[in-house]
Structures are given as C-alpha cells and as structure tokens.
Design a protein around this ligand. Structure first.
Ligand code: GSH
Length: 217
C-alpha cells in the first residue's frame, strides 16, 4: 500500500490532504523528526517529511514532487491540471512559492537558533525573518481570489500545500484575522474542506495514540 511518512503539525499535512482528496488508499506512518535513530533516516537520508513510499518500494521526497505526482494519478479529480495548460503553470507557480519562499520564511522566526548562537543575535534574526515573512504574506494576501480557491474554482494541490503554511501564522505570533483578512477567510475555507478535515483527524489520531504509529485509510 502507498505509505506516507508524516509528522503531525509538519508540512506533511499537505500530502495527507492530497491523499484524502484523491481517495487513494494509503497508510500513514508517524515518524520522529530530528531524532537520531528515527525510522525516517532509513527511508529518507535527509530525515524529512513528507516522504512517500510507493507499492514497489520507490521513494519520492519533497512536496513539490509528491503533490504533482499524486495529482497526476487521478486527473479526473482535477487536483492538478493537464500538461501544457496555463492552470498547471499557475498551480506550479504557487507550489514553487510555497517550497522556496513561504515555508523557509518561517524558520528564522520560529527557529532562529538554527542560524546563530547568541540570544541577542537570535532576536535580530527573528526580527529580520518576521519582516520577510510579512512581505511574503502581503503578496499572498493581495493575490488570494475572493471566494475561490487559489487557481480557479477547484481545490488543487496548490491549496493543499499553501493552506498548511497559512495555518502556521499563530506560530509566528501573527494574528491573521486583524492583519490579513483575505488569508483569514481563505484559511477558514481551507480548514472546512472535507479532505483537510479528514487529514487533521488522521493527524489527531496519530498524535493521541502512541501505539498507533501507523494508520491505514
Ligand atoms: N522542501 C521540503 C521540506 C521538508 C521539510 O523541511 N520538512 C520538515 C517538517 S515541516 C522536516 O521534516 N524537518 C525535519 C528536519 O529538517 O530535520 C518539502 O516541502 O518536502
């Protein structure tokens, strides 16, 4: 069975949402991050989630590869778009932005110790990181279509992915409701989407039950 290695609360949520939206039978395996000896290092040398393992044992890493791969398995679900279409380019545009800009922009804010040792220097890194995060969020805020998903009327893999990070604003002490109304409204729609609900429920199950490291669906 297709296996997705995940960690509740991490960016693997976007891949779980995609599996749920596509209705692909799968198994979720919860792994510990940044812990020597964790199973994830046997599957992905970088020790990162999401990591997808196909029935034949092949491994795919990186959201930017996993999400389009899954989307293409079921074109009729319209989570991705046909080769050569502008819509496909738009979806990839958002995925590139999430992967290269939005996701990494959280690190200096939430984990400044990755960059510098001194506490005062960490505060400075956090401050500069927050400025950059706000610049990127301002871009998202201006580009979010009202009452629609990111690329038209269909919920796509771009939504599955970006929605994860827009849900992380409280981690950076950013109040979306007062500062980014379009993001706030979008996030409410994202959370209500049935696939997101199913993915969050699965994460809760994995979190709550120590023995349920694996979950099949
Ligand atoms: N560009 C990668 C980033 C994956 C990534 O950094 N995942 C984090 C969780 S959000 C992780 O596994 N961190 C553990 C580590 O870096 O050791 C992707 O989008 O798949």
């Amino acid at each position: 069975m297709t296996t997705l290695y995940v960690s509740p609360g991490a960016c693997s949520l976007g891949a779980i949402v995609t599996l749920k939206a596509l209705g692909i039978p799968h198994q979720l395996v919860r792994v510990a991050l940044r812990q020597p000896g964790s199973l994830i290092y046997e599957i992905n040398p970088l020790g990162r989630v999401p990591t997808l393992q196909l029935d034949n044992g092949d491994i795919i890493t990186e959201n930017a590869a996993i999400l389009p791969f899954l989307g293409d398995l079921k074109p009729e679900a319209k989570l991705f778009a046909p080769i050569g279409s502008l819509q496909r380019a738009r979806i990839q545009e958002w995925i590139g932005f999430a992967n290269s800009d939005l996701h990494p922009a959280f690190r200096p804010v939430t984990r400044p110790e990755l960059f510098v040792d001194q506490p005062e220097a960490q505060q400075q890194v956090r401050k500069k990181g927050l400025e950059r995060l706000h610049t990127l969020l301002g871009h998202v805020e201006r580009r979010l279509p009202v009452g629609q998903w990111l690329v038209g009327e269909n919920f796509t893999i771009a939504d599955a992915y970006i929605g994860v990070f827009l849900g992380w604003l409280p981690r950076a002490d950013i109040d979306a409701e007062s500062k980014y109304p379009a993001i706030h409204a979008y996030q409410k729609r994202y959370i209500s989407h049935p696939a997101v609900q199913a993915a969050l429920a699965a994460e809760t199950q994995l979190r709550n039950n120590d023995s349920a490291q694996k979950l099949s669906a």
